[in-house]
Every structure is written in structure tokens, then in C-alpha cells.
Write a protein that binds this ligand. Structure first.
Ligand code: SF4
Length: 237
């Protein structure tokens, strides 16, 4: 398949193609950042246009056990506004118990290795389980979000997840596009965005940023920009 052709397509067309091509074998990975909720808004509209039942759209989220209360609030809002079903996935309790007994509950502040261990237990291993059986997944990644994301394509082959398709329909959106879409389409969003959080993940590892700071400066702010991925989107060394 010629993946370059997707670069010329807009986000709506890419999502429509994904729903038509993969049907219930494509799933959205949602952490309920504003980008993910925009994608849900577009998926619901495109599903209606295609005559698909929106209840059949596949959307999953990983509840790491360390999320902000505000994230749960926006999840409830999304379910109630769009009538979509969310597949919740949790980490394996045995892995979490072993990790916390060995290193304590806040191990992520102690070293990059322990932070990556926590991301692996609470996110990466769970992602593998969540993607099992799917032919494609959709993400809300954007190129301007960080140095580690500047080369992302709209449609890629995901070598770290069994070679399934990875679809990134908002890669070329800028902040201004995001917030214009939210306003024009009354998209619900996590109230932490209004308090200076640009990228929202687990509560202990996310903080608000100043306007002059990099988009992902609030994630694992004690680390350098090059190490700031949790392993969901890049292969860990
Ligand atoms: S973001 Fe923090 S709390 Fe969440 S999984 Fe990674 S290290 Fe653990």
C-alpha cells in the first residue's frame, strides 16, 4: 500500500478510510487529551455518515491507576455526549504489586530506569493486550508536540506492535487548529488544559507548563526532552 498518499488527505478522510477499511478492527487509543476527544467527535460524525452504529466504534483507554480526577470527569462527559462505549484496560495487579513492593509507589522520581519500568508495567504491557486482535490503531499524536514526534506520518506500519497500521490523523494540526475545532464543535475537554496542562498523563508525572515552555515540558519534567516517551509510541532501548 502506498502510505505517502495519506499525507495529502485531510483528517476526516483519513478517519473515514480507517473506518471503512478496518471496521471493528480499528481502535482509538485515548488518554482523553483534547486531541483524542476531537478524534472521537470526528469518528462519530464519520460513522453516522457511513451508516455505522456509533456504539460499535472501538475506543480504548488505559487506566494506569494514577490518573487525574479531572480525566475521569471528562471521560464521563464524553460517554454521555457521544454515546460511545469505552474499553477500559488496567495493568496486571501482580506486576504493580511486585513493582511497588520492590521500589515504592513513587519509583518514577528515583531514576529514568524506574520511570520506564513503571510506564512499562502500567502502560506498555497493557497496550499490547489492548491492541491484540486489531489490524489498526488510531492515535492523537501531533508532529509539533515534541522532537520525538516530528517525523510521524499520517499512516504508518507499527513495527513495535506486530506490524499493524498506526493511523495519526491529526499529525499536522497546530494548537490553533485544535482549539478552533473545540470551540466550533463544542467538544468537551479536560479542564486541566485550562490550568496550563498541555499534555495530560498520569497525575504524579504531569504538571502545568508556562507559555514559553515546550509542549511536553510538563511530562516527566525532571528528564531531558529526548527521553520523554513512555514506550507507547517509540521502542525503548
Ligand atoms: S506516567 Fe508516571 S505514573 Fe504513569 S505509568 Fe509512567 S511513570 Fe508510571
Amino acid at each position: 500500500m502506498d502510505l505517502e498518499r495519506f499525507e495529502k488527505m485531510d483528517s476526516f478522510s483519513v478517519i473515514r478510510w480507517a473506518l471503512e477499511e478496518f471496521k471493528d478492527k480499528v481502535t482509538l487509543a485515548s488518554s482523553f487529551n483534547v486531541e483524542d476527544i476531537i478524534i472521537i467527535d470526528i469518528m462519530v460524525k464519520e460513522a453516522e455518515a457511513l451508516g455505522m452504529e456509533k456504539e460499535k466504534l472501538r475506543i480504548f483507554t488505559i487506566d494506569t491507576g494514577r490518573l487525574h480526577e479531572e480525566t475521569y470527569k471528562v471521560i464521563e462527559k464524553v460517554i454521555s455526549k457521544y454515546g460511545v462505549k469505552i474499553d477500559f484496560y488496567f495493568p496486571d495487579y501482580r506486576d504493580v504489586e511486585e513493582m511497588e513492593r520492590k521500589y515504592g509507589p513513587n519509583l518514577f522520581y528515583k531514576s529514568i530506569e524506574l520511570r520506564k519500568l513503571c510506564c512499562n508495567v502500567r502502560k506498555v504491557k497493557v497496550l499490547k493486550r489492548a491492541l491484540n486482535g486489531f489490524k489498526a490503531w488510531i492515535t492523537g499524536l501531533r508532529r509539533e508536540q515534541s522532537v520525538t514526534r516530528k517525523d510521524i506520518k499520517k499512516v504508518e506500519i507499527d513495527e513495535i506492535n506486530n506490524g499493524i497500521f498506526k493511523i495519526n490523523p491529526l499529525v499536522d494540526w497546530h494548537d490553533v487548529d485544535i482549539w478552533n475545532y473545540v470551540r466550533e464543535n463544542r467538544v468537551p475537554y479536560n479542564e486541566l488544559h485550562d490550568r496550563g496542562y498541555s499534555s495530560i498523563g498520569c497525575a504524579p508525572c504531569t504538571r502545568a507548563i508556562k507559555k514559553i515552555e515546550d509542549f511536553r515540558a510538563g511530562r516527566w519534567w525532571w528528564e531531558s526532552p529526548e527521553s520523554k516517551e513512555c514506550g507507547l509510541h517509540v521502542e525503548e532501548e
